[in-house]
Each structure stands twice: as structure tokens, then as C-alpha cells.
Design a binder for this molecule. Structure first.
Ligand code: NAD
Length: 362
């Protein structure tokens, strides 16, 4: 497929290829849709096997951000950037500052942030060259690590699912299994523990597991045993693609609600399989929007309390989506996609009205 056909297929507005041999920069910025506002999305650094893989990733990820922002009710469009290279060897000040200059050249159409293999410190370098960066360190004027806000949103999304299944959103006494107790999973465990939940942990890091059991009690399960844990909620907070044809048949929990991106290996196939198994699935991009809500608050100079309140509102959003899915006999992901598309279309319609905002000039 040609690049233009791939863009048309997913509905992209713009792709920007960025090259600077002096610092070894090869990056692609994807601007998917700016109907609701500037395209915001993180910058991923990854050692892609080839350029086609990088292109596919930036197209898919930037489209996902459009949906995430739309459902979260933010005035943001969807964008994402990928830098091609080995994180162990290419990172340096020049690389990120060069990337920052390309971001600046888009004059706010794209706003960047952290993603896989890019850190608060990297955002600080980018911020030396452009205003259009979020998530830099608090001492550099940014909002810092978004993980606690993401976890707060996931916590409230879990409460919404519990209310639908059990008639009460209270986490006290409920058993929740968390896969991945990294930045988000750890804070989620803290909120759940404070709410009186019983916890089960799975991670590849013995150190992180030991820290969680030490602080929150609970028990540890090995690897794939996570999926079959007898619990109320499975919360995948590690990697994508874990809800798939081999894991779904063993799942005993009535709810899947976690922070990880792209949990469904195949959105259509696995979304339908989960639904058929009678499991409530909180769409990942809906329940993990707290991080985006946090950087939006940073951009709008809103207090952190407002970001936490908006992340807590994920409770209502998740309920609306589950109820819509039930009413229409569709999967929760189909329902959330519809909510996003309807909102974007409404705003696009208003734009097409083409009414002058400041009177008609001669
Ligand atoms: P992280 O790297 O801090 O934590 C991930 C944890 O998962 C680590 O502790 C790691 O050891 C563990 N892990 C990795 N592979 C595993 C496996 N196979 N089984 C069990 N554990 C495994 O990442 P994070 O920032 O906490 O993000 C977690 C997920 O949430 C990612 O999918 C991320 O894209 C998504 N997410 C994060 C944010 C955020 O604010 N950080 C926002 C939205 C979405």
C-alpha cells in the first residue's frame, strides 16, 4: 500500500518525516485529526526493524490518540511521533533538541510528550527548542510523571465496572489482580489497598513484587497464571496484546480493566470473544486517559486538583460506554469508538457552519 493510501485508510491529515544525519535523527510525526484541537501524543523511541514498521506504528498510535482525547472530552486532536533507533545507543541532547526543532516547525499542530523509551529528562531537552512539549519535569515547568493520575483514572474505571457487575462500586473486600506493578500499576495498587481491596500481583521484576507485597500485602502469581486468577477484576498494567485467543478461555474474572495500551490483541476478534464470555471489558484508551488529562491540564495551566477530578470522571465515562454497549448489543470498544466519532463529527459539523466569529469584514 502507498503511504497516501495508508494515511487515507486510517484518516490521517499529515505525516512529517524528519531527518538530521548530524545527530542521527530519523523520526516520523503523525498528525491524525485536529478537529477537536492540536494533535497531542507521546514520542516513542524504538529500534524498528524497518521504516515500514515505524510508519505503521506512528499511523496506528496517532489515530488511537484522536479517540482517546475525544472520549475524554478534551479539546485535543490525535498525534504521535516515533524516533527510529536503539534506545541504548542513540539517546543524546542533540537528538532530542533536533526533534524539538521539527516539533516547533509545526507551530502547535503537534504537541509531544513522553512515551516508550523517552523520559521526563528527554522532554526537558525537547523543551529547549519548542514550547510544544508536555510532561517535562516539574522543575522545568512541566507536570512531571503522569502515572499517579493515570492510576487514579483506572481506579475509578474499575469502580464503574464493579458497580455494573455487583451493583456497588466499593472496592473494599474485592480481589483485584494487577499485571505489571510499574509506574501505573504500583499507584493503582496503592489506591486499591487504601480502599480495602485484596490484591494479587504479577510482574517480571522480583524487586517490584516484593515492594508491593511489603507495602500492600496480597499475593504473587507467576506469569500466565495471572489470567486464571479467581478474582473480581483483572487489571493488565504491563504490556499490550495480553487479552488474546490463548488467554481468554482461562479468564475467570468478570471484569478486565487496566492501564495497558492495546490490551486486546485483535480489537474486533478478541473484543467479541471477551463479550461472548460475559466479561466486561473497560476499553484501554478510555480507562487509561488520566495521563492525557494530566498533560491537558498542564497545557491549560489548570491546577492538579482539576486533573485528578477529571480523571475520577472516568467512572462516569466507563459507565456510559458499558451501558451503550449493552443497549446496542455491541462490544464496549465499538461503543467507545462510536462515542469518539460522534463527538468529532459534531464539532466538524459546527466548523462547517462557517459562521464568522468576529463579524464579516469587507
Ligand atoms: P512501566 O514500564 O513503569 O511498568 C510496566 C511494568 O510491567 C514493569 O514493572 C514491568 O516489569 C512489568 N512487566 C513487563 N512485562 C511484563 C510481563 N510480561 N508480565 C508482567 N509484568 C510485566 O510502565 P507504565 O508507565 O506503568 O505503563 C504501563 C502500561 O500502561 C503500558 O502499557 C503503558 O503504555 C500504559 N499507559 C501508561 C500511562 C502512564 O501514565 N504511565 C498512561 C497511559 C497508558
Amino acid at each position: 500500500m502507498s503511504t497516501f493510501s495508508e494515511m487515507a485508510d486510517l484518516g490521517h491529515e499529515q505525516l512529517v518525516f524528519c531527518r538530521n544525519d548530524e545527530v542521527g535523527l530519523r523520526a516520523i510525526i503523525g498528525v491524525h485529526n485536529t478537529t477537536l484541537g492540536p494533535a497531542l501524543g507521546g514520542c516513542r523511541l524504538w529500534n524498528y526493524a524497518n521504516e515500514a514498521d515505524a510508519l505503521r506504528d506512528v499511523l496506528r498510535l496517532s489515530r488511537g490518540m484522536t479517540y482517546k482525547a475525544a472520549v475524554a472530552g478534551l479539546d485535543l486532536g490525535g498525534g504521535k511521533a516515533v524516533i527510529i533507533g536503539d534506545p541504548a545507543s542513540v539517546k543524546n541532547e542533540g537528538l532530542f533538541r533536533a526533534f524539538g526543532r521539527f516539533v516547533e516547525s509545526l507551530n502547535g499542530r503537534y504537541i509531544t510528550a513522553e512515551d516508550m523509551n523517552t523520559t521526563v529528562e528527554d522532554m526537558n531537552w525537547i523543551g529547549r527548542e519548542t514550547r510544544w512539549v508536555t510532561g517535562s519535569a516539574k522543575y522545568a515547568g512541566g507536570s512531571g510523571d503522569p502515572s499517579p493520575v493515570t492510576a487514579w483514572g483506572v481506579f475509578h474505571g474499575i469502580r464503574a465496572c464493579l458497580e455494573v457487575v455487583y451493583g456497588s462500586s466499593d472496592v473494599a473486600g474485592r480481589t483485584i489482580a494487577i499485571q505489571g506493578v510499574g509506574s501505573v500499576g504500583y499507584h493503582l495498587a496503592r489506591y486499591l489497598h487504601d480502599g480495602g481491596a485484596k490484591l494479587v500481583f504479577s510482574d517480571i521484576s522480583e524487586r517490584k513484587l516484593a515492594q508491593c507485597v511489603d507495602e500492600f500485602g496480597g499475593r504473587i502469581v507467576d506469569g500466565d497464571d495471572f489470567y486464571g486468577v479467581d478474582c473480581d477484576v483483572l487489571a493488565p498494567c504491563a504490556i499490550g496484546g495480553t487479552i488474546n485467543a490463548s488467554s481468554i478461555p482461562g479468564i475467570r474474572a468478570p471484569i478486565i480493566a487496566g492501564a495497558a495500551n492495546n490490551q486486546l490483541d485483535d480489537e474486533k476478534r478478541d473484543g467479541a470473544a471477551v463479550d461472548k464470555a460475559g466479561i466486561i471489558y473497560a476499553p484501554d484508551y478510555v480507562i487509561n486517559a488520566g495521563g492525557l488529562i494530566n498533560v491537558y491540564a498542564e497545557l491549560k495551566k489548570l491546577p492538579s486538583e482539576k486533573a485528578m477530578a477529571d480523571a475520577a470522571n472516568i467512572f462516569n465515562t466507563v459507565k456510559v460506554i458499558i451501558n451503550k454497549a449493552k443497549a446496542q448489543g455491541i462490544t464496549t470498544t465499538q461503543a467507545s469508538n462510536q462515542v469518539a466519532e460522534e463527538r468529532i463529527e459534531q464539532v466538524a459539523r459546527i466548523r462547517r457552519l462557517n459562521l464568522p466569529s468576529r463579524g464579516i469584514e469587507l
